[in-house]
Design a protein. Sequence first.
Length: 133
Amino acid sequence: MAREYFIRADQGRPDLLELFHEDAEIYCPKFGRGFGRESFFEMVKGFEGSLEYIRHDYDTLNFMPSGDFVAVEGTSKGRLSGKSWAGGDTPGGRFCNVFKFRDGRISSVHIYLDPDYTGEDEARFRWGKNRHW
């Protein structure tokens, strides 16, 4: 189900919401916490007009299950406001999502990433110029 989440999200499919419980919790940096499956689309609206596309690298997703939870670590690539990113090659694009499941649906997803996908906030990078992504 977590893999299907990434596929549907990348395709912008409205049936993504069917994977969530009606009272699901959504967390993402700079968005905060939202409650209810519709809050996922509220979070995505923050990218409206600037996100051209996003694709997660399905072949390298690392699934780490533990009870009702699954942590998924991976990379994404995309284009935002005319600038591209590719996790592993640019500052943005690495992520870790933590899913909680209840009754066969997602009851929460916490998305951990740097929302500065294209590295526009470089003035506040704190660690020199010889970084490896």
